[in-house]
Design a protein around this ligand. Structure first.
Ligand SMILES: C[S@@+](CC[C@H](N)C(=O)[O-])C[C@H]1O[C@@H](n2cnc3c(N)ncnc32)[C@H](O)[C@@H]1O
Length: 683
């Protein structure tokens, strides 16, 4: 007993290796103790040694057949391995032994959902919540299923409850943010105001998509809305912006947090912020400056959009004067005003002045983070040369404009690969979805690392190698992933076309938004296939011709006008697209989030090399490569449900001829690319 308790303390402190030893000793001293076997199983499971964990749990269950804890734990272990039938059986056993315990009901819900039975999953989660209304995880899981079932409002409410019940549970905030992002507010709701504020304040939750919804809430805020509309209408003189009601509006914490942390992809808001920036600069010169936190938040927004907004000759003169004064002793306000026009990293030799929390955050983002990246860059290992002419052109683009410039990664709970595959493809024969517990993963074309960070956190037992041709992107990725404390991930420079030169082979290769930037995407695809172990799986993201029709039209407009790709070219490109009539085929691009940052615009409509695929093209490529198509993946599964309704004869959703029709009927289905999985034959 003593050893077991000591082991529990060690496990609690994170020392799993020693905990496992203690539990092993406990088992040796008393082989008939089901509890000791159960603890040993848990330690092994957390260490990623699932075979041994299963054995320990089975022994615990043999000794105590009605022990709900051991049955529940064995269920989680089997689920991790993708054995959903086994998991469901175990959870049912746990539920039968202890019907008033909430967790086995919750876990049963997870396994039912993963095996493609959302209605039964909802029932299990509701049962768990009935038993323990405080169980945040069950509310969160319920929200996930309701979203899948198309009940957006029910999902939002359930995710909100989860986040409120356990404010430290980041996946709940993440989901709340994603669901919140889909709404727009027409009247002020103070409780949503408070929740939105808490959401934006979460440092490790990706809030990018929620920006416009949050702004719609601000617009109906009784303090912010009227003042904003007055300012927007041009009714306030420059000197009045930073006093009285306008000042109270512009310093609302929700407004400051929002513009300091997320791009707001809206032309009207952009026009307002461009004007606010001008007034702030002028106010600084005329002795009626904005408060420092507002100047800092504005500078953060400008850094996020990579100084995309147009600036007048008058502004350029004032900025030049500010820049000339940016010497040791410059005030934080002067530096913040300057930082809304030029990145502070340009200015050397200034020690950081004391300016409080908002200024510290600005300094960190604009001065310290770029310095860390510059220091990391030379040390990035190169696995291959980059010699192909197209690769070099593409490389230049991403060296100048690393993309995407993400600040916060989505918070996820681990989702082991075997379980992930089973839940994405519940209609496929499980034998076709086998995958190792601790896979070797390659991320090909990792860019700035967001995708790699997500994969590494979803697969904590995996070893992940992430490569890209752009060192600027890789340095960004390394800095961010270090900040996130991801230790199962390493980065290197390599051209996909040359990756066949490396020795390693992988269980999973992921390449999202990359192969269509090669001169011959199929050539790169073949190289990646060569890196897969037999039976390994690959997840790809490729552009759809149809879904990108507005972008294609925009590219044509810009090709005709010969816009360059430097900062001025990017501004001119936006201007020409903004000025198109509303009914022009290219006009929808101005609603795209990428249209609101310099690297985004370049990636979206000025890319140096871009192919697009069709369903027929995909199907031919897959046939030519001799791989097995496992299916498309959708973050929000509603298109899949619609497909199954339309084509009930194809529940596995694998028929390309059907998908061609479906895409014609719903041309935005693959707006987020064709995201799909394939498998290399085992033979
Ligand atoms: C649009 S970004 C996508 C980044 C990342 N996959 C994501 O989803 O965030 C495309 C990336 O592919 C990289 N890339 C393009 N061609 C490549 C090649 N031949 N080898 C390696 N990386 C390449 C670019 O440098 C760029 O970082």
């Amino acid at each position: 007993m003593y050893r077991q308790n000591f082991g529990l303390m060690l496990a609690e402190a994170g020392d799993l290796a020693r905990a496992e030893r203690e539990f092993g000793e406990a088992v040796a001293l008393d082989p008939s103790s089901a509890d000791a076997h159960n603890c040993l199983g848990k330690a092994r499971q957390r260490l990623g040694r699932l075979d041994e964990a299963v054995a320990a749990y089975r022994e615990a269950l043999r000794l105590a057949p009605t022990d709900p804890g051991a049955a529940n734990n064995l269920g989680t272990c089997l689920a991790e391995r993708g054995d959903l039938r086994g998991a469901i059986e175990c959870y049912r056993r746990a539920v039968a032994s202890a019907p008033r315990q909430a967790m086995p009901h919750n876990n049963l819900g997870n396994a039912l959902q993963a095996s493609g039975d959302p209605a039964a999953a909802v029932e299990s989660y509701r049962r768990a919540i009935e038993i323990d209304p405080q169980l945040a995880m069950a509310h969160h899981n319920l929200a996930l299923v309701l979203r899948d079932l198309g009940d957006g409002y029910g999902a939002l409410e359930a995710s909100r409850r989860a986040a409120r019940l356990e404010p430290g549970y980041r996946p709940a905030w993440q989901l709340f943010g994603e669901l919140f992002a889909m709404g727009r507010f027409t009247h002020w709701q103070p409780d949503f105001g408070a929740d939105c504020l808490r959401l934006l304040a979460q440092p490790d939750v990706d809030i990018a998509a929620a920006a416009e919804a949050a702004f719609s809430l601000l617009l109906v805020d009784p303090q912010f809305g009227p003042a904003y509309r007055e300012l927007q209408a041009g009714n306030a003189a420059a000197g009045e912006w930073f006093q009285g009601a306008p000042l109270a509006a512009l310093t609302r914490p929700l407004f400051l947090l929002l513009i300091g942390n997320a791009l707001i992809a809206d032309p009207g808001v952009e026009a307002f912020l461009v004007r606010l920036r001008h007034i702030a600069l002028e106010g600084g010169r005329q002795g009626v400056p904005p408060p420092l936190p507002l100047a800092c938040a504005l500078a953060q927004q400008c850094f996020l959009n990579e100084y995309l907004w147009p600036e007048t000759a008058d502004e350029a003169r004032m900025v030049a004067a500010l820049e000339a004064r940016a010497r040791p002793g410059a005030s934080p306000l002067e530096l913040a005003l300057l930082a809304a026009y030029r990145p502070l990293a340009r200015i050397e030799g200034i020690p950081k002045p004391e300016g409080g929390e908002a200024f510290d955050a600005l300094w960190r983002r604009q001065v310290e983070e770029p310095r860390i990246e510059a220091a990391l860059r030379p040390a990035i290992p190169a696995l291959t040369a980059v010699e192909d002419a197209t690769s070099r052109m593409v490389q230049r683009q991403y060296e100048e404009n690393p993309y995407p410039r993400w600040q916060r990664a989505p918070s996820n709970v681990p989702f082991p690969l075997p379980l992930m595959l089973r839940s994405i493809f519940p209609h496929l024969d499980p034998a076709r979805l086998a995958a190792p517990d601790a896979p070797e993963i390659l991320i090909a074309g990792c860019g700035t690392g967001r995708h790699a960070a997500i994969t590494a956190s979803l697969q904590p037992h995996a070893r992940v190698l992430a490569v890209d041709i752009s060192r600027a992107s890789l340095a960004y990725a390394m800095r961010r992933c270090r900040e996130l404390g991801l230790s199962n991930l390493r980065f290197a420079q390599a051209d996909i076309l040359r990756l066949g030169e490396i020795e390693e082979r992988f269980d999973l290769v992921e390449s999202s938004g990359v192969l269509h930037h090669l001169r011959e995407p199929l050539a790169g695809w073949r190289v990646l296939l060569g890196l897969l172990k037999p039976g390994g799986v690959m997840k790809l993201g490729l552009y759809s011709e149809l879904a990108r029709r507005a972008i294609v039209a925009a590219r044509e407009v810009l090709a005709a006008s010969g816009t360059g790709t430097g900062p001025e070219g990017i501004r001119a490109a936006r201007q020409s697209l903004f000025s198109l009539p509303a009914e022009h085929a290219a006009r929808p691009v101005v609603k795209h989030r990428d249209f609101y940052s310099a690297s985004g615009v370049r990636d979206l409509v000025l890319h140096v090399q871009e192919h697009r695929f069709t369903i027929d093209g995909l199907s031919e490529a897959i046939a030519a490569l001799g791989v097995e198509f496992l299916g498309f993946e959708f973050a929000d599964r509603r298109p899949l449900h619609a497909y199954r309704k339309r084509f009930p004869d194809d529940p596995a959703a694998l028929d390309f001829a059907h998908w061609r029709i479906f895409e014609q009927e719903h041309p935005d289905t693959f707006f987020g690319m064709y995201q799909f999985w394939i498998r290399k034959p085992s033979g």
